[in-house]
Design a protein. Structure first.
Length: 304
């Protein structure tokens, strides 16, 4: 996480336990956010003396359930003022404003939803935040120094619930392509053409800056799906870097080979009231953070 309008990519670590405590003291109605057709609700949770967060998105449409006793499938009916939700667990690591995120399903809230939620519920932080993917140290050094991006290509195998209705930017292109042909392997390529002459035109420079911002936004939204075995198995960018002599050089970032992510199967115990329902998910996130501790801290230090 970083300040949204800050020149630096990182800023002093926030007191997340205090932020989450203040949020937990507020009624659930004030921890609600609407974005497009989606409604999100956040709930601070506590496990072993450490505070974390559950961000939920209300499910819409008709819901069904299977009744094993009656041996039939019928509509799901909830008693009282209740709603079915998709949930994402967010754990705040004790350094660098780094978070670990575990989605409960493909349609559960993504990091950009957390960003919008934190910036809309008056969390007491005092400034808007941006959530950016924590890529490896080498890739992040290039992304940090890049003046612009003139080429980006990604390939994905989208699932039915991969793209929420409010997705924007590069995600909206991919969502539209998936809607037109849901069985297709989608490759999206965006390139800023080189103008004639020795100097870069203002239009080209503007396009490269916009693409730079779009790539960062896309990776923030779908970065957790990047990887050799993920839904996004190709994501490369050509970046513009300033050389020591003042000239501009091109370099490449491969986000698939240099991206910090992990896949982990989480088994949630059923039928036991001894442990909170979210305990297994929180422990899984913290275990992965421990396993990648050195890599994560190196990436954080590279961002300063």
């Amino acid at each position: 996480m970083r300040a949204k309008e800050a020149g630096q990519l990182r800023f002093d670590r926030l007191d997340w336990p205090l932020v989450l405590k203040n949020l937990s003291d507020r009624p659930v109605q004030s921890r609600q956010m609407a974005h497009g057709d989606d409604i999100y609700v956040g709930e601070p949770i506590e496990l072993s003396g450490t505070r974390h967060l559950v961000l939920a998105r209300l499910r819409d449409g008709d819901l069904q359930q299977i009744d094993w006793d009656r041996q039939r499938i019928d509509s799901l009916r909830l008693d009282g003022n209740r709603s079915v939700v998709d949930t994402t667990i967010i754990c705040f690591l004790p350094y660098g404003n780094v978070i670990g995120v575990l989605q409960g399903s493909a349609s559960a809230p993504r990091p950009t939803a957390l960003q919008r939620w934190l910036n809309s519920v008056n969390s007491g932080i005092g400034e808007d935040l941006a959530i950016v993917p924590l890529v490896g140290q080498n890739a992040w050094e290039k992304l940090k120094k890049a003046e612009a991006i003139n080429f980006f290509e990604m390939r994905l195998r989208p699932s039915r619930d991969m793209f929420p209705g409010a997705v924007e930017g590069l995600g909206s292109f991919a969502r539209h392509a998936h809607k037109q042909n849901p069985d297709a392997l989608i490759t999206l390529t965006i390139k800023i053409p080189k103008g004639r002459g020795l100097s870069r035109s203002s239009a080209r420079a503007r396009g490269e800056r916009r693409l730079h911002a779009s790539v960062r936004e896309f990776l923030s939204d779908f970065g957790s799906l990047v990887g050799p075995h993920g839904a996004i198995d190709r994501a490369v960018a050509d970046v513009m870097l300033s050389a020591a002599d003042g000239s501009v050089e091109e370099d490449k970032i491969n986000f698939v080979s240099d991206h910090i992510t992990a896949q982990k199967v989480v088994s949630v115990p059923r039928g036991s009231a001894a442990a909170p329902w979210y305990e297994a998910a929180v422990q899984a996130v913290l275990q992965v953070a421990t396993e990648h501790d050195g890599e994560l801290r190196s990436a954080v230090s590279a961002m300063h």
